[in-house]
Structures are given as C-alpha cells and as structure tokens.
Design a protein. Structure first.
Length: 104
C-alpha cells in the first residue's frame, strides 16, 4: 500500500492509513487473510476495494460482523459501533471454570 501513499501505523503494523483530499482518513486493517476498511465515505471504500481486487484475490463479505474474533455491532441511529469478545471470554471461562460459573 506504500505505492498508494498509505502510511503504516507506528502502533500496529497491521494498520495502514491514508489522508484523502477531503481531509478524511481511510483506514485499512490487514491481518493475514482478513481486512477491514474504515471510512465514512462509501464511494472511497468502493474505489479501494476495486483497486485491491485487481491486485489480490478477495471476496467482499459486506459490512463487518466479526474480525479477528471480535464481534462488531453498529447502531446507525445512535451513531455507535460496539466491539465485543464475549464469545472468546466464554471459551476461556469454560476451559478454566467448572459448571455454571463459566456463564457470562
């Protein structure tokens, strides 16, 4: 992505970002075979998807429901995005606890 002027995050090497002429940032999170694109402007997201699909074999799975075992939920009315790892937590609790104590 460096050839398209994306900058790799100093804090997480799986995150790249690019400042658009509008002043908005587009974020591209890449981890092995998962990707997540974040930006308010859908047409810019679609342009990036076209570019990526011309260079890589990929499927568009639509709006993110889960990435890296993190469940994402979106409330457009309240303009909120929630992230949860409840399923992972339940697996860990069930592994180390016995019986009903493992329920969240």
């Amino acid at each position: 992505m460096s050839d398209r002027d994306y900058t790799k995050s100093l804090y997480d090497s799986c995150v790249c970002f690019h400042k658009l002429p509008s002043g908005e940032y587009i974020y591209l999170l890449l981890y092995i075979d998962d990707k997540l694109i974040a930006l308010k402007n859908k047409s810019s997201i679609d342009k990036l998807k076209v570019h990526l699909s011309s260079e890589f074999e990929m499927k568009d799975l639509g709006e993110a429901k889960r990435i890296l075992s993190i469940k994402t939920e979106r409330d457009r009315v309240k303009r909120r995005v929630s992230l949860t790892q409840k399923a992972n937590l339940q697996k860990v609790l069930q592994k180390f606890l016995i019986g009903d104590e493992a329920k969240c």
